[in-house]
Ligand binder design. Structure first.
Ligand SMILES: Nc1ncnc2c1ncn2[C@@H]1O[C@H](COP(=O)(O)OP(=O)(O)OP(=O)(O)O)[C@@H](O)[C@H]1O
Ligand SMILES: [Zn+2]
Length: 706
């Protein structure tokens, strides 16, 4: 508890007015904390039940001035306020700095505080009674500390670049509490340069000072390996993970361990940025460029950006690590807002894999036949097989084939509910829509003309796996994608098999290209990456480049095999500047050229965007709402500084029979954009009531996908 909280500690008395943040439904228009009466002055950060309408729900005592539950907006006299229900008083209140983080995030991403706060707390907190929670806390307190190891962990000799980076970080970790917040660090290190070791050593420093360490990773599937590395290094310390793959009970238990300060190291995905950490001393964000740090529904927050904000708020160092930093972070390093620490070489001096751009135009074309497995690629795979080395083939499309087609009548397996094809999955013989989930058994014959000869068009990972097994008999082929890892434990098992050398060729989606420290892979192939080159999304090249660099980084991680490791890109556009930069492993050139383009087009990071989306039963309904919203904005003081583009259909316009439109708002100044949204969005509640056909609208501040 901070000093400020203690000053407001409960005192007995007849009646106290409390402000409580609750997750009120959006249509109620209640976005600020509400006033209640209580017999005690529970301090801000206390969790308790409160009545709202006919329901009782979990709320959080807040320190902001509240609205009073009165029609017409008049302030209710104390006696008319409703009384709070059960108080979860065994739980120490959430700290003032946690509440400031929540306030900032709610304001910045334009959500109500109560909605955001309740969505980032473990869901089980809403269900437990005060008594049950007390029991859980007692059980936690009795947990024995992890056993102290007999021998100290084996620690590698640091490389020069690692030492230099750590010297800087040590300085920040030792800084006095009165000093200004440390500058955020961008740890720019090529794949395999030992960034993780830097997080480990910096964490060790912070832990030695009795502080807690928060490590963010982009995806759940990266947590097991990293958790193992941290557990090995920090045996004897309590490490917990926080991500959406945990059971509700585990998630609550881990969250409580962090909140009580028992857990020293917290490893998690984006939601962990909101963990309550009373002794936070360091934040590390691994693969900081990764799009999964951005939440894609509800409060669309960026965990990376919030990590930077939180570090400044709590005056602790934050490390953003990547081999291909986001252009935003790179730009901040160029302008001095972030401090760049560079690790230009792989550990052990291993070379980066040689990148071969294979020109698909050189192949003789056979009508109707598209090859993903070209003869030269098969030859390269055979060489690896003969040497007992592993290969990885990357194709960002799961399923057997993206569409099923009838050659007679031209029928295609479209989704009746979406403007998209249904994907053919051979494993369970289904046609499945990846947008709305609608699935049916594959028809025996064409549903429109009865032709029996319907054929898959194109290729997904499932088909690639099958073709590889046919082309290379005897090779042990494994596939990792969202379909093959649906059940708990499957992913760990499959990754374990790769690490144990039980797999010769690994096929998969981008899941396998990130972060994994595979030791025996000497060939990585991207068989069909061109699609992203011509996307309408201005961030598509940045994402493709990062993905391919990451994928390349899985090859030759062992210095012994690095010299003969290769990255193979099959493309119809080998001269494209993106591939040329990839071939030279030249992130810096790529970043500079992209930033120059962004600057001349006034795109982020040289401008600030928000995306307003509307969903309706009809396209006209969605469009009309956005047009009316734009008209309302024109009357606002900050509208002159903003450019509001005309609404356009989203790239997949119809999903589950709902039509979706979006409208881009661009502003030179972040603050002007914030002010505009602040004045504008409240008007849209009333506007929505006038537009009966509208189902929902939402705002995405700093949108990633456009
Ligand atoms: N100083 C060192 N001496 C010897 N081995 C090291 C050292 N630092 C790291 N390693 C080992 O080198 C390998 C690569 O390191 P690490 O996984 O930290 O790289 P990385 O930069 O995080 O890579 P990526 O960006 O590809 O995830 C690991 O197996 C790690 O244990
Ligand atoms: Zn669908």
């Amino acid at each position: 508890m901070s000093a400020a909280d203690q000053a407001e500690a409960p005192s007995a008395g007849p009646l106290h007015r409390l402000q409580v943040a609750v997750d009120a439904p959006q249509h109620s228009g209640l976005s600020d904390p509400l006033s209640y009466r209580a017999a005690q002055a529970w301090p801000p950060g206390t969790l308790l039940q409160v009545p709202l309408g006919k329901r009782e729900l979990l709320g959080l005592v807040w320190d902001a001035p509240g609205q009073d539950l009165a029609p017409g907006g008049q302030v209710l006299p104390d006696e008319e306020l409703r009384e709070v229900g059960e108080v979860l008083d065994a739980l120490p209140p959430l700290s003032a700095s946690w509440r400031r983080l929540l306030e900032f995030a709610a304001q910045y991403y334009q959500r109500a505080i109560g909605e955001l706060a309740l969505s980032v707390l473990p869901p089980q907190l809403r269900e437990v009674s005060a008594k049950q929670l007390q029991a859980k806390l007692k059980k936690l307190a009795k947990l024995p500390p992890p056993p102290v190891p007999e021998a100290p962990p084996v620690m590698p000799q640091l490389s020069e670049a690692q030492q230099a980076a750590l010297a800087q970080l040590d300085g920040m970790l030792q800084a006095s509490p009165e000093a200004a917040a440390p500058t955020p660090v961008l740890l720019y290190g090529v794949t395999g340069s030992g960034k993780t070791e830097v997080y480990l050593r910096a964490a060790e420093q912070a832990l030695a000072q009795g502080r807690q360490v928060l490590v963010l990773v982009p995806e759940i599937n990266l947590t097991p390996q990293l958790e193992a590395r941290f557990a090995e290094r920090f045996a004897g310390r309590r490490i917990v993970s926080l991500h959406s793959g945990l059971t509700p009970a585990q998630r609550l238990q881990n969250w409580l361990a962090a909140h009580l300060g028992q857990a020293e190291l917290i490893l998690g995905t984006r939601l962990a940025v909101f963990a309550s950490l009373p002794r936070l001393g360091l934040i590390a964000v691994d693969e900081e460029h990764d799009p999964s740090y951005k939440q894609q529904d509800g409060a669309r927050y960026s965990a990376r950006d919030l990590a930077v904000y939180r570090a400044r708020l709590e005056k602790v160092p934050v490390i953003l690590g990547s081999a291909t930093p986001s252009l935003e972070s790179w730009h901040h390093a160029n302008t001095g807002r972030y401090q760049r620490l560079v690790m230009p070489q792989r550990i052990g001096g291993g070379a980066m894999p040689r990148v071969r751009l294979f020109d698909m135009n050189t192949l003789a074309r056979t009508k109707g036949v598209t090859t993903a497995l070209t003869a030269p690629l098969l030859e390269a795979l055979r060489q690896r097989l003969a040497r007992g080395e592993q290969s990885l083939i990357f194709l960002n499309r799961r399923g057997y084939a993206p569409v099923l087609h009838c050659g007679e009548c031209n029928w295609k397996s479209d989704c009746p509910h979406c403007s998209a094809w249904r994907v053919f999955h051979k494993g369970d013989r289904s046609l499945r829509c990846h947008h709305c989930g609608f699935a049916e058994r594959v028809p025996m014959a064409c549903p429109t003309c009865g032709n029996l000869d319907i054929a898959p068009l194109g290729r997904g990972t499932e088909r690639l796996e099958e073709q590889l097994a046919q082309a290379l008999p005897g090779a042990r082929v494994a596939r990792i994608d969202a379909d093959s890892t649906r059940h708990k434990g499957q992913l760990e098992e499959q990754l374990g098999a790769v690490h144990a050398g039980e797999v010769d060729i690994l096929v998969g989606t981008q899941m396998i290209t990130k972060g994994h420290d595979f030791r025996r892979i000497t060939l990585v192939a991207a068989v069909n990456p061109d699609g992203a080159l011509f996307s309408s999304d201005f961030r598509a090249p940045e994402r493709l480049f990062a993905l391919l660099m990451q994928a390349a980084g899985r090859a030759g991680r062992d210095a012994e095999v690095a010299a003969r490791s290769e990255m193979w890109v099959q493309t119809w556009h080998p001269q494209h500047a993106l591939y040329q930069a990839l071939q030279r492993h030249d992130y810096e050139f790529f970043a500079a050229s992209q930033l120059a383009e962004r600057e001349s087009a006034a795109l982020p990071p040289f401008s600030h965007l928000a995306l307003m989306r509307a969903e309706a039963r009809t396209a006209e309904g969605a469009q009309a709402f956005l047009e009316a919203a734009a008209a309302l904005a024109q009357a606002l003081p900050d509208a002159q500084q903003a450019l509001i583009y005309p609404p356009v259909p989203m790239s997949v316009a119809r999903v589950a029979n709902v039509e979706r439109f979006q409208m881009l708002i661009e502003c030179g100044q972040r603050s002007a954009l914030q002010r505009l949204l602040w004045h504008w969005l409240p008007l849209l509640q009333a506007l929505k009531r006038e537009h009966r056909g509208l189902l929902r609208w939402a705002i995405d501040v700093d949108p990633l996908a456009i």
